[in-house]
Design a protein around this ligand. Structure first.
Ligand SMILES: [Zn+2]
Length: 313
């Protein structure tokens, strides 16, 4: 049972105490230096680029901080434990792959595969490969996918020796926002794509009305776990200008939310407008299971194709 939605999010408590760190002076998407502070969350500065609009965390997490962040508990709890939501999400991703033309039998790399749930969901359709920085997650992914075990590796993209043009598709499901240098990582992934191959991503959409409304309290503004935030424009810029791909698909989706949790969140942001009694009512025994589809638009799905001719666009 996933009880996470009932726990208030406290950014300051969610991170290791910061040591003195130098803020980044350049935008990690366009490399220019006109950065404007946007939020201060605990010891973390979230800044936006005045030139391209990319939103990024200023301070690079220390290796030990990342180690702590992506400890086994990260993969055992949270969204990975909600089987129903996970199945629905897998179906959504598989439908997207079909629609953009990833054919059955295609060789697909799930970069940031975590415990291998998507590999399991897609394994009957595609030749799935997996990669994750967590050795613990990779061990679980191999257990869950014995026939693909040899194709699931741990480590960074930089450490892999995938031949150029090896994959028909690379999927980055909820991974981009965790990358310190998304351009560098995606360039390596794009190099491993065959001409005509597809890069597919899902990531929070900071251009969504919910993101604007909630500001630093936006559900995906979880720093320093999330290090970079894209909207449609910066996503297109990443794919087309920085990677030389052509965007062929872009959509946003909302999500199912528990009404009681929704009331609770609303009351936190607008205490005057939502009485506590209403929160209690929707979180009480009768109504606590009520869920509604909220068109939050704050998750984006994008796919981009590598040009057929070699030599980048
Ligand atoms: Zn920029």
């Amino acid at each position: 049972m996933d009880d996470r939605p009932d726990r208030p999010y406290d950014p300051a408590a969610s991170r290791v105490e910061a040591t003195a760190r130098l803020p980044m002076s350049n935008c990690r998407l366009c490399n220019r230096s006109r950065l404007v502070p946007r939020h201060r969350i605990g010891a973390v500065t979230v800044q936006s680029c005045a030139d391209c609009g990319y939103v990024q965390v200023a301070e690079q997490p220390e290796p030990e901080e990342l180690h702590e962040l992506y400890a086994p508990a990260y993969f055992d709890h949270g969204k990975y434990s909600d089987a129903f939501a996970l199945r629905r999400e897998h179906a959504r991703r598989l439908a997207m792959m079909r629609r953009v033309g990833v054919r059955p039998g295609a060789r697909v790399l799930d970069a940031g595969c975590a415990t291998g749930d998507f590999i399991a969901a897609a394994g009957a359709t595609y030749e799935m490969w997996g990669l994750d920085i967590s050795e613990y997650a990779v061990a679980r992914a191999r257990e869950a996918n014995p026939s693909a075990a040899e194709r699931i590796r741990s480590g960074l993209v930089e450490q892999q020796d995938y031949p150029a043009g090896f994959f028909d598709a690379v999927v980055l499901w909820d991974v981009l926002e965790h990358l310190w240098d998304p351009v560098a990582t995606c360039r390596r992934l794009a190099a491993a794509l065959r001409p005509g191959g597809l890069l597919l991503v899902s990531t929070p959409n900071i251009g969504a009305w919910t993101a604007r409304l909630m500001g630093r309290r936006w559900a995906f503004m979880t720093v320093p776990e999330h290090l970079g935030f894209f909207d449609r424009r910066t996503m297109t810029m990443l794919m087309e200008q920085r990677l030389g791909l052509r965007v062929v698909w872009w959509r946003t989706r909302g999500k199912w939310a528990n009404l009681g949790f929704l009331m609770y969140k609303l009351r936190r942001v607008f205490p005057g407008a939502v009485p506590q009694a209403l929160v209690d009512l929707f979180r009480g025994p009768g109504l606590r299971r009520l869920a509604v589809y909220v068109p939050t638009g704050d998750i984006q799905y994008a796919a981009a194709r590598k040009p057929e001719e070699s030599g980048t666009a």
